[in-house]
Write a protein that binds this ligand. Sequence first.
Ligand SMILES: [Ca+2]
Length: 384
Amino acid sequence: MMWTTTVLLLLVPQLLSSTDTGNNANFNESEIVNEDFSDAPVKGQKPGGVKGRDTCSIPCEITVKLLRDEKHSICGQLQQSLLAFGRSTRKLIRDVLDEQQRAQDILSSQVTELMAKVQTLSSEVERSNTEMYSIKPVQSHGRDCSDIKDNLLSVVPKIPSGIYIVHPENTDSSFEVFCEMDYMGGGWTVMQRRTDGLTDFKRPWADYADGFGNLAGEHWLGLKKLFHIVNQKETRFQLHVALVSQDDVTSYASYDDFHLDNETQFFSIHLGRYAGSAGDALRGYDQDQNQDTAPFSASDVDNDGCNPSCSIDNRTVESCSTQHNQTGWWFNQCGLANLNGSPEDAEQNREQRTHILWDTWRQNGVLHVIKSVTMKIRRIATNN
Ligand SMILES: [Ca+2]
């Protein structure tokens, strides 16, 4: 390419002067002709020779024609070279531009790809931050969620709901609980939640004593932990049962005093005055159904008051836990409440009472079908 360019640069002035105008060319030609006519006899003159046309070795017309042909041929070649040079230059420029465009396209797509990756990563980071916020327990010194709320209230304008670590009084153990800080003034320690039926509540005594499930979702906190919380000195706790029906009707039952006996007494439940809209199913309509002061039963520990058996709905029942889908509860001749039943209908059959049961919540005599329940406890302000 360099060689071609150099040659062409050297030849272009000649080509331009040759092809400048037809008149000039003709003028030059006539000069050449004149020269030939005037010089030829001199060059060809022999000493003592005769001057004249016959001294030319080649006729002048032929010389002129040959020269003209040669010039035309050179001009033609130059024009061809120039055209080729123009074409190759245009192609070169086009190739360079195409190459630049391709590089630009690749860069552009890489930038787009990177932007998408950055976007994905940012949302990933944001999501994991949110998850950490809700699942990672908050290190907070408090004896229960009410205590944490009181401690944080002066330093945090809005305390978030979530998992906190509590350390109740008079115990060496600290453990995680879910604190509801938004519901009805906050400070609630969740002791049970059923929402989607994904957690298996068919459990033996040990599981009900220690707790199971996912604190952020369905779970049973555990009777031992609950005992530690509600039996702290100079504290009183209220129990709040929040119910939601399949028609999205909400209702509640509240007991202004709630505590448990220790494990040797099978964590018997003690309830204060009832208030609410769902009815006092824990006490029922008569003493036979009253679960207040009843010890806890599970599939493998029978304290249900059916000894050896009870008659429930004209059926003989020996184990209320078995009758209630292997769940644990403070059964008394089974009774009218069992919030550890399933929110799903799949397991329901005529022989068993598998569904979440709160038998006093009815509309025109018809039971509400309960799709979710939360049991939570909160300190009652004392006068000390
Ligand atoms: Ca029994």
